[in-house]
Design a protein around this ligand. Structure first.
Ligand code: CDP
Length: 223
């Protein structure tokens, strides 16, 4: 059982890189941010205020999240429902950092993420995978890119799904979220001890994937 932890800020390329690295390694891919987004989606759906700790805790107690393996990636059903692309839309995007700052949510999700090892070796991406979720794994990467580059990438993504995406608006929204993620009391975004830092500004996705896969090959993780 091998865990590859990939952490980093929003739009640093983690998702694409981690998914491809998992494919290349024959491991299962986990987007931990999608789990935080799923809980946020449920709050929006139920009209729960994401800043109300008690209301959020009550929601976690009454809801059921079932983990499922689909296309070599771990997904989930919340009370039997797959939220699909709704987790990427604006109502979730603007609230997810507040949900991720709730202590009860972190405890709940970290436990779910650890349970995912039942599906096999994992490439898991997030903010605290190497620091909190799997601190003992020797295979940790911290992916970064300049804020402007990250905003350009995210704006292009948003244009694809929503038709419009202004780079400057995206840049300020990313900065707001980075600020919340790095400054929160519980599990802030940090570079894990022993993590290899990759700054992907100016690198192609393939180059980043290659960097990680070759490094793991060198370490003897895969042949
Ligand atoms: O897509 P993007 O990289 O912007 O975000 P994401 O990976 O989908 O994560 C959404 C939010 O969930 C982040 O802004 C964090 O607040 C939170 N998160 C976290 O706190 N810990 C993780 N391991 C993953 C995500």
């Amino acid at each position: 059982m091998i865990i590859v932890a990939v952490d980093g800020p929003s739009a640093s390329g983690k998702s694409t890189v981690s998914r491809r690295a998992a494919q290349a390694l024959g491991f299962v891919y986990v987007d931990s941010g999608a789990v935080y987004r799923g809980v946020t989606w449920k709050c929006v759906k139920e009209g729960v205020d994401v800043k109300d700790a008690q209301a959020v805790t009550n929601l976690l107690i009454r809801m059921n999240m079932e983990l499922v393996l689909k296309d070599q990636a771990v997904g989930y059903l919340i009370d039997g429902e797959d939220p699909g692309q709704e987790i990427r839309a604006e109502p979730v995007r603007e609230r997810v950092a507040d949900i991720a700052a709730q202590q009860s949510v972190r405890v709940y999700i970290v436990e779910k993420l650890r349970l995912m090892t039942k599906f096999g070796s994992l490439v898991m991406e997030g903010r605290d995978i190497g620091t909190v979720v799997f601190p003992d794994t020797p295979y940790k990467y911290y992916l970064d890119a300049d804020p402007e580059e990250r905003a350009r990438r995210r704006a292009a993504e948003i244009r694809q799904t929503e038709g419009a995406g202004d780079v400057n608006e995206v840049l300020s929204s990313l900065r707001r979220r980075d600020q919340k993620d790095s400054s929160r009391a519980t599990a802030p975004l940090q570079i894990a001890l022993g993590a290899k830092i990759i700054n992907s500004t100016g690198m192609s996705i393939d180059q980043v994937v290659d960097t990680i896969v070759s490094d793991l090959k060198k370490a003897g993780v895969v042949s």
